[in-house]
Design a protein around this ligand. Structure first.
Ligand SMILES: Cc1cc2nc3c(=O)[nH]c(=O)nc-3n(C[C@H](O)[C@H](O)[C@H](O)COP(=O)(O)OP(=O)(O)OC[C@H]3O[C@@H](n4cnc5c(N)ncnc54)[C@H](O)[C@@H]3O)c2cc1C
Length: 464
């Protein structure tokens, strides 16, 4: 079986930057990513889409091409379409590609698996025609497809970016229903001084808002009691605002209220996680090189805490420096010398984060949904079900599996995990850290028996 100095899981800005830096320092690197082309979430399909739709997706998107170019150098083997479903000690990494299982060994592993959109369980969110806003953006980036009569619901900078991209594409959203209130902005103002060091992001946000306003997209802020109505599919978004009830007819609903680290792989390896009150999610414990408390396991990018693409890129390079030092390719003093300008750039990139976290808190109703709302989509478990399990003595997410299969479907708790923790924590009067999270075991992603059988044949062939 092939053994590499480093295997990076994820070809977003963190994984690509880390791989290029590590290979430049002499490490043999394999990059595994489930997507057919490199780029991650922000630079998804950039090599193909930037020449076709660069004017819609914006100049920041085009920057991704410099990172994908870095993957095309000696010492890097980029394996697209590789879905990683197990990482075992040692490290043996199992993945499937083109319907076939495969394995690779690594001295060290960098998890650059990025973020997931925070699930937004509101009444009606499982109806056809309702999707995460990021999914709508994926359709645009990858296929140039846009939904007509779409209403964007939630909060956060990504919601504005997607709305502006829809405007530029000539299919503006029918409306934006935003959960942000004036008091969120007032709270955020406390961080404005620090945020000014990241003024480029503030200016970009104002520009996006101006584009949306100029296009005449109706914006409803401070929306409450959000529900999606429809029989066979989404037909309207209903909400109250300042005592008035609204009903907006639509064909598609895009939901978004922030992103959270994708921690599945890190959890499966036993990395310690703690609750971040500022970001309202669990984050893995890493040092300032991205090294975890599991020897040989590093995490860079949004998977280590939400920082954005600029932070992810820098974090990937910092991890590569320490990985190279551990592999004996770089002295400690040289590592620190090369890290110094990266750390300065990191501080600049991070400056705006406290402002953004305070200005765009997640929607409280979706964090603790009404009883009848489904939280585990795979197994159709409602918020009321989870509360009833707590009433019967259920203390943690792992126990909910025995009570009602929550977290046992194909997503393995990736999407319902935070909702289940929040509901149990509230019902039992505990903190999220006390309540904990699902214990994650392989397979991290669905794998078929055929894929497993194919892998066995491949190893037998190798042995013969
Ligand atoms: C849906 C979505 C859309 C976004 N769009 C934008 C945007 O337009 N602009 C912006 O500024 N920010 C956007 N963000 C935020 C942005 O993604 C991040 O700030 C940035 O991309 C983080 O980079 P990263 O390298 O940490 O992770 P990512 O760019 O997310 O890359 C992670 C990669 O890991 C891969 N991966 C994960 N798990 C596995 C596995 N088990 N096996 C194989 N591969 C795996 C994924 O396929 C992905 O390519 C978006 C976030 C999301 C969730």
């Amino acid at each position: 079986m092939t053994r590499r100095d480093l295997v990076t899981i994820g070809a977003g800005p963190a994984g690509m930057a880390a791989a290029a830096k590590a290979a430049g320092l002499g490490l043999s690197v394999t990059v595994l990513d489930e997507q057919p082309r490199p780029g991650g979430q922000i630079y998804r399909d950039v090599d193909r889409a930037a020449p076709l739709r660069g004017d819609i997706l914006g100049p920041d998107y085009a920057h991704g091409a410099s990172l994908t170019a870095g993957l095309r150098q000696d010492g890097i083997d980029h394996v697209p379409g590789a879905v990683v479903w197990a990482i075992e000690e040692g490290f043996r990494i199992s993945y499937t590609r083109d319907g076939q299982g495969a394995q690779i060994m690594a001295d060290r592993v960098l998890l650059a698996t990025g973020a997931l959109e925070r699930p937004m369980p509101v009444p009606g969110w499982t109806l056809p025609g309702v999707m995460a806003a990021g999914a709508g953006q994926i359709l645009l980036k990858q296929s140039g497809v846009l939904a007509r009569r779409a209403v964007l619901v939630g909060s956060g900078p990504l919601l504005y970016l997607i709305a502006a991209q829809m405007v530029r594409a000539g299919t503006p959203p029918a409306a934006m229903v935003e959960t942000q209130t004036r008091s969120d902005i007032t709270r955020a103002m406390r961080h404005l001084g620090g945020a000014m060091r990241g003024w480029r992001y503030l200016a970009k946000g104002l520009k996006l808002l101006a584009e949306i306003t100029r296009a005449g997209v109706p914006r409803y802020t401070a929306a409450r009691d959000i529900a999606i109505e429809g029989t066979d599919r989404a037909e309207a978004v209903c909400f109250t605002r300042r005592g008035r009830t609204h009903r907006l007819a639509c064909d598609t609903v895009f939901l978004h209220h922030g992103v959270v680290p994708n921690t599945q792989a890190a959890r499966s390896l036993g990395v310690t996680h703690r609750w971040s009150t500022a970001q309202g999610c669990f984050v893995p414990s890493v040092d300032d090189w991205g090294e975890t408390d599991v020897p040989g396991v590093f995490i860079a990018g949004d998977g280590a805490g939400i920082g954005g693409a600029g932070v992810a890129e820098i974090a990937g390079r910092l991890s590569a420096l320490k990985l190279a030092e551990q592999a004996g390719r770089l002295s400690t003093s040289e590592r620190d010398r090369q890290a110094a300008p990266l750390r300065t750039a990191m501080l600049r990139e991070m400056a705006v984060r406290p402002f953004l976290d305070a200005a765009y808190p997640p929607c409280a109703e979706a964090l603790l949904p009404a009883d009848s709302t489904i939280v585990c989509r795979c197994e159709e478990v409602t918020a009321g079900d989870i509360r009833s399990y707590a009433g019967l003595g259920c203390l943690g997410p792992n126990q909910t599996k025995a009570f009602g299969r929550a977290g046992m479907g194909p997503c393995q708790g990736r999407y319902c995990g935070l909702s289940v923790t929040a509901l149990l924590a509230e019902a039992n009067g505990q903190t999220p850290d006390e309540t904990g999270h699902y214990r994650i075991r392989p397979p991290l992603k669905p794998v078929t028996l055929g894929e497993l059988a194919g892998m066995e044949t491949a190893s037998q062939n190798a042995a013969e």
